[in-house]
Structures are given as structure tokens and as C-alpha cells.
Design a protein around this ligand. Structure first.
Ligand code: COA
Length: 379
């Protein structure tokens, strides 16, 4: 900052800075409370559905039966992604990271939406429907393509959670897993100004199109300090190998100042309320599949991290072992986060478009000044 009014420099990583007003969701980090549009996450996880939460995040209230039926019909009618996009994905290297594929394919959806650059609410909601409907189709299709399998066409009789599992596996999930997965989507739907959501708002704040804003959000989510943590939690559990090795492994990691993935949070100073549900699901899947090792290891890591560092698990910690026992490939966990978070991203983008102000902070300049230019031959 070199001119203008005096300003204070924000904390590193903008911790504690309130960068926008939003009616979409709130995180109380001290008490471990998460709300979407006034509703406690526990209440929504207990009683709602992902589609209802999508409506809530976009419209600020729960839908009537008719409004929900309309949203369901619109979403299901938009499950198919353009054939060109699937054809393009078939050209990608089979080793491509699913989040990179998601980012590229979602970006290309813009070519096929003639109103995709319209930022007025009516058109933007239509684009939000398309994105919400198609992001799962892309994520599931990539897993099929890279494994040399036929892409499974979406089933319009299924909701988003059921349809995603069906397209990924080629067979319908049972009612228990479908419900659990639906709740997982509810839990990941929104989280105030997390890194990816803030990213989408910054892009939308330039009045760029929703596809561009979501593409940037996917890029941010992919990072291991954000949504990428869930995949890394499972890699860590596999690397540790067994309950008897957890203590030594954690001690060594802490000695070497390595972070334990899925632990800690920039806002929560107590239990992340989403982890409460995911712990329950991890245990449920462990008992259902008769494979309790991952859950037990996770519990021990949680206990050690609480004792040694006063830290708690975040949303990514128990989702890892839950998804693992649902036979979901490790690197699809973060795309699943996107399949859910698309609802929060698009909700925030709609809110940003609705009261837009370009987001343009300042930097405190800490570099040199008044240097004299030296000709290249004299350096
Ligand atoms: N394991 C071990 N130590 C951790 C830790 C973890 N998961 N998370 C934070 N710490 C420690 C840091 O090493 C640091 O210690 P120091 O002060 O001795 O250097 C201190 O806690 C503060 O860490 P910092 O990364 O600056 O805090 P933050 O507020 O930015 O942390 C996260 C938020 C999420 C980035 C951080 O907890 C983390 O990296 N967790 C692992 C990744 C993860 O699960 N991300 C998903 C988030 S939903």
C-alpha cells in the first residue's frame, strides 16, 4: 500500500477477517455450530435431503413440495453432459488426476450453454442447475473412462446421491448407503467463506461467468490443505497399516513437524459438527463391512491429536474411511466434495451477483523502492 487512506494489515491468511456479508451459512468456530440459512446442520442431516439443501442455499428458504418437485425435475433433466465433453475426456491421459479432469471438463461446459455468461438471477439459477446436475456425471464418467469401462448414462429416476453412486459403480447402491451418501452431500454443501468459496466469489465479483467461477473453485478445493485432505487421510491410514502402529507413526510425524491430514481447522476450535456425523458413518460402514481397522485407527489418531495438540478432526477425517468402505476410489473423494460443494459455491455466486462489488483488497508492499534501472550488460 503506498497511497490513500491508512489501513491496517489483515492477519496472515486473512484469519478472522470478515470479507463479505452473507445470508447463506455461518460457522461458529468456538461452539462448533454450522448453519445453512438459519438451519442447524444436525437438523438438516437428520431430516433433509441434498436437493432440499440445494434449494435452501439458492433461495434462502426450504422448498414447498411443489418447488422441490420442480427442482428435482430440472436437475434430473440436466444430468447428461454434452457428448462432446465426454468425447474430450476420452482423449485425456488415463493417469490424469480426477480433480484436474473435473476442472477442465466443468470449464468446457460453458461452451454448450448459450446463456452461461448471463449473470442475471434467472439465467444464473439455470446455470447453477446445470452445474449441480452435471458435476457428478463428469466425476463418475472419468473414473469409468480411465479404467477402460463404458460410461454409465445417468438414471433420471434417481436423486443426485443415488445417481452418482450408480454412474460410478454401474449398479445401484442399497438404500442404507444411498441415504448415508445423501447426508454426506448435505454435510459438505456449504462452509461460509472457505478457500474455494471465497475464490468463486472473487471470480464472480468481476462479473465473470459462473462456469469460470466454479472452475476456479474446483482448483482451490483440490489443494491438500482444503478438500484434497480426505484422499490424503486414507493414504495416511494405509501407510500406517494397523492400529498397533498408530502411536509411533503419529509421534514421528509430530516430531518431524508434519501435519496430520484431516485434523485441525482454520475456524473450529472444537469438534467440527460434520465430523460428528462422519465418525458415526465410518463406524457404521466398519460394522457393516466387518472391517473395523480403519475406524479404530482413526479413533486412536483422533485421541492422540486431542491429547498432544488439543486438536479435533475436521470434515475430511472420517469421510475418508467411510468412502473407502463404500469402495470409492481414493482420488474420487475430493471430486465428491465438489459434487456437494457445487451447491454452496453456486449459492454464494448467486448472492455475489445479486449485490455485486468487485473484490479488490490491497497488499502491504514490503519490497524495495527507488531502485535505479541498470542496463542488462552492467548487471
Ligand atoms: N497436524 C499437526 N499439526 C497441525 C495440524 C495438523 N493437522 N494443523 C495445524 N497444526 C499445527 C501447525 O503445525 C502449527 O504449529 P506451529 O504453530 O507449531 O507451527 C499450528 O498448528 C497452526 O497451524 P496452521 O496451519 O497455521 O493453522 P491453520 O489455522 O491455518 O490450520 C488447517 C488450518 C486446516 C490448514 C490445518 O489445520 C491443516 O493443515 N490441517 C491438515 C489439512 C486438512 O485436514 N485440511 C482440511 C481442512 S477442512
Amino acid at each position: 500500500m503506498s497511497t490513500g487512506t491508512e489501513s491496517t494489515v489483515a492477519a496472515e491468511g486473512l484469519r478472522g477477517v470478515v470479507a463479505a456479508q452473507s445470508a447463506i451459512g455461518d460457522v461458529n468456530g468456538e461452539q462448533g455450530i454450522l448453519i445453512y440459512q438459519g438451519y442447524n446442520i444436525h437438523d438438516l442431516a437428520e431430516h433433509s435431503t441434498f436437493e432440499e439443501v440445494v434449494y435452501l442455499l439458492w433461495h434462502g428458504r426450504l422448498p414447498t413440495s411443489q418447488e422441490l418437485a420442480e427442482l428435482n425435475a430440472e436437475v434430473r433433466a440436466n444430468y447428461e453432459v454434452p457428448a462432446d465433453v465426454i468425447a474430450m475426456m476420452k482423449q485425456f491421459p488415463k493417469t490424469a488426476d480426477p480433480m484436474d479432469v473435473l476442472r477442465t471438463a466443468v470449464s468446457s461446459l460453458d461452451f454448450y450453454d448459450q446463456f452461461g455468461h448471463n449473470t442475471d438471477r434467472e439465467h444464473a439459477v439455470k446455470t447453477a442447475v446445470k452445474l449441480t446436475a452435471q458435476i457428478g456425471t463428469i466425476a463418475a464418467a472419468w473414473d469409468r473412462i480411465r479404467n477402460g469401462k463404458e460410461v454409465v448414462a445417468p438414471d433420471h429416476s434417481l436423486n443426485i446421491a443415488e445417481n452418482f453412486l450408480y454412474m460410478l459403480r454401474g449398479e445401484r447402491a442399497d438404500a442404507d448407503e444411498s441415504h448415508m451418501f445423501d447426508v454426506c452431500l448435505i454435510l459438505h454443501a456449504d462452509h461460509e467463506l472457505n478457500a474455494s468459496t471465497f475464490t468463486t466469489r472473487v471470480v464472480a465479483g468481476t462479473l465473470a461467468d459462473m462456469y469460470g467461477a466454479v472452475t476456479a473453485g474446483i482448483a482451490a478445493l483440490a489443494g491438500p490443505l482444503h478438500g484434497g485432505a480426505n484422499t490424503n487421510v486414507m493414504k495416511m491410514l494405509i501407510e500406517i497399516g494397523g492400529l498397533d502402529k498408530v502411536d509411533a507413526w503419529v509421534d514421528k510425524a509430530l516430531e518431524e513437524h508434519r501435519k496430520i491430514m484431516g485434523i485441525g481447522h482454520a475456524v473450529y476450535k472444537t469438534e467440527d459438527p460434520r465430523a460428528t456425523w462422519l465418525r458415526k458413518y465410518s463406524q457404521h460402514m466398519a460394522e457393516k463391512k466387518g472391517e473395523t481397522k480403519w475406524y479404530e485407527m482413526s479413533r486412536r489418531i483422533e485421541q492422540l491429536m486431542h491429547e498432544k495438540k488439543g486438536m479435533f478432526p475436521n470434515v475430511d477425517f472420517y469421510s475418508a474411511s467411510t468412502y473407502y468402505l463404500m469402495d470409492i476410489p481414493l482420488d474420487i473423494y475430493t471430486p465428491i466434495f465438489a459434487v456437494s460443494r457445487i451447491s454452496g459455491w453456486t449459492g454464494h455466486i448467486l448472492e455475489q451477483y445479486g449485490h455485486n462489488k468487485l473484490i479488490r483488497p490491497r497488499a502491504e508492499y514490503i519490497g524495495a523502492r527507488d531502485l535505479k534501472y541498470v542496463a542488462i550488460g552492467e548487471r
